[in-house]
Design a protein around this ligand. Structure first.
Ligand SMILES: Cc1cc2nc3c(=O)[nH]c(=O)nc-3n(C[C@H](O)[C@H](O)[C@H](O)COP(=O)(O)OP(=O)(O)OC[C@H]3O[C@@H](n4cnc5c(N)ncnc54)[C@H](O)[C@@H]3O)c2cc1C
Length: 468
């Protein structure tokens, strides 16, 4: 196989993994990351000697050969743990997914009876329904009945996505969105009261996967280790730079323009691997993409994430790595110590509470107001006391969750129809496929696309693969 010159846009797990594999196979690799640090959403920014992050991240994969690569990469810094998750309903904690009896007991008996009847009705009506649900609201009602929708899903979904479920696509419900994970629990719970629900295979909270992997410095340490291997193999990594233009010639990518540099530096490439947002890619094409493509790509919006990190003077706050919460300022809180992430000084633990928001909301500009609310909620729940909080930080990620608004499928198709015929452009990873894939899925699917391309079987990146 001849040596190819590959430009990779984005230093998240997908970009780094592809860069690592390519560099070790002898290809010329130029990785461009816009931020000053690597890891993308899986980065572990350090504050006061501790590794925090954009929500908690651990590696989980079913493929033993894939996991073994990382074990070899990390050596003694490799940590394995049980991926335990809990749901807090009112004042009680339940293993995830929640068992039927526990769930029913946690509800007001009258509400539980009405929700149970609604769910039974929805199930009964299912075979008689015609046509697909028009939006997420209809899909939720069809699946769980109106009372349960009103009691649980309407407000939680609206709060998480910032729009009413009637303005979201039904694909969101059919896929496996993390905030709707509780839906599976409720269905099992209300459907089989008195019995313990079986784990939902392949999903982190309910995991079904045997292990969660991490490093003492968080998932960011694993990303840094990949970057080290890229450099050792001769690949080049540029941080604090970004690709602003993709120059096409005869329908193929000829070069990319990388900034900052006066006017940008043009880097020729045989293959461009794009892991950034689709909107930026469509806008950066030269000659320009048709206006309807740019418009469709721009309309594919992401929900942002504010992660509030607290260093708490306490050995341990929760007994699981993830705790999902209902009706709080945050939708889940993680305690990374349970996955082998180091915390200093001794006797302290770190918490990471995740809050979704829009980049145009005041909370995005003033994350401290969110931090105060998170701390107040944790105190009100009795999880921590104010005098136990030693340090508090906030971390923001603009492209955390693709928002499946009504009509996003057609917009994806419009963008796909324009980009896919470009033979040496691969869109991989979470942002460029507008999907909810995990880090391991992002890495594995990215490498599968690149290796297929190298073998001469060109395969354009697929837009919109739903699923965790
Ligand atoms: C709260 C939360 C928790 C999660 N927890 C887990 C978990 O525990 N386990 C798991 O496996 N997955 C988890 N995920 C999913 C995981 O974060 C993603 O699957 C993974 O980060 C995807 O990697 P990526 O490389 O595709 O994208 P990203 O991590 O988003 O990286 C993309 C990179 O591209 C850069 N970039 C974008 N545009 C440009 C440009 N024009 N020029 C240069 N650089 C650019 C960005 O700065 C970024 O660094 C979680 C996600 C969230 C939101």
């Amino acid at each position: 196989m001849s040596r190819k010159c590959v430009v990779i846009v984005g230093g998240g797990p997908a970009g780094l993994y592809v860069a690592w594999r390519l560099a070790e196979s002898g290809h010329k690799v130029e990785l461009v990351e816009r931020r000053e640090f690597l890891g993308g959403l899986c980065a572990s920014p350090e504050r006061g000697g501790n590794a925090y992050g954009y929500g908690f991240h651990g590696l989980h994969a079913a493929d033993p050969a894939f996991v073994a690569q990382f074990h070899e990469l990390m050596g003694k810094r490799w940590r394995e743990s049980e991926p335990r998750a809990r749901v807090r309903i009112r004042t009680r904690f339940h293993d995830c997914p929640v068992g039927g009896w526990e769930f029913m007991c946690s509800m007001n008996p009258l509400v539980a009876a009405v929700c149970g009847a609604g769910l039974a009705g929805a199930r009964f009506a299912r075979p008689f329904r015609r046509g697909a649900p028009a939006n997420a609201e209809q899909a939720l009602i069809r699946r769980y009945g109106r009372p349960l929708y009103r009691a649980v899903f309407r407000d939680d979904t609206s709060r998480f996505w910032g729009v009413h479920p009637s303005r979201l696509s039904a694909t969101l419900v059919q896929g496996c969105m993390p905030p709707l994970e509780a839906a599976g629990c409720c269905e099992k719970a209300t459907g089989r009261p008195g019995r313990r629900a079986r784990p939902v295979k392949g999903r982190l909270p309910a995991t079904g996967l045997a292990k969660l992997y991490c490093a003492p410095g968080g998932m960011g340490e694993i990303c840094e280790a990949m970057a080290r291997r890229v450099r050792e193999a001769g690949g080049r990594i540029h941080t604090g730079t970004r690709v602003t233009r993709v120059r096409l010639e005869f329908g193929s990518v000829r070069a990319v323009v990388v900034q900052p540099a006066a006017g940008g530096v043009e880097v020729p490439c045989d293959l461009l691997v794009w892991t950034g947002p689709l909107g930026e890619l469509a806008e950066g094409m030269h000659p320009g993409a048709p206006p309807q493509v740019v418009g469709a790509a721009r309309a594919l919006k992401f929900r942002a994430l504010i992660s509030v990190a607290l260093l708490v003077r306490k050995e341990q706050v929760f007994d699981s790595v993830l705790t999902y919460c209902h009706g709080r300022s945050f939708y889940r809180v993680a305690e990374p110590k349970h996955c082998g992430v180091d915390v200093t000084p001794p006797g302290c633990t770190a918490l990471l509470a995740d809050v979704s928001c829009a980049p145009d909301e005041t909370s995005w500009e003033k994350p401290w107001s969110i931090a105060r609310r998170v701390a107040a909620d944790l105190e009100a729940d009795g999880s921590i006391r104010a005098d136990e909080i030693r340090e508090i930080y906030t971390f923001r990620a603009r492209h955390a969750y693709p928002v499946y608004t009504l009509g996003f499928e057609q917009r994806c198709e419009t963008v796909q129809a324009y980009l896919d015929p470009i033979p040496n452009l691969l869109r991989v990873g979470r942002q460029a496929t507008f999907s909810f894939m995990s880090a391991s899925a992002a890495m594995q699917s990215a490498w599968a696309a690149v290796s297929t391309w190298l073998q001469g079987r060109c395969q354009a990146g697929k837009v919109s693969g739903v699923g965790w």
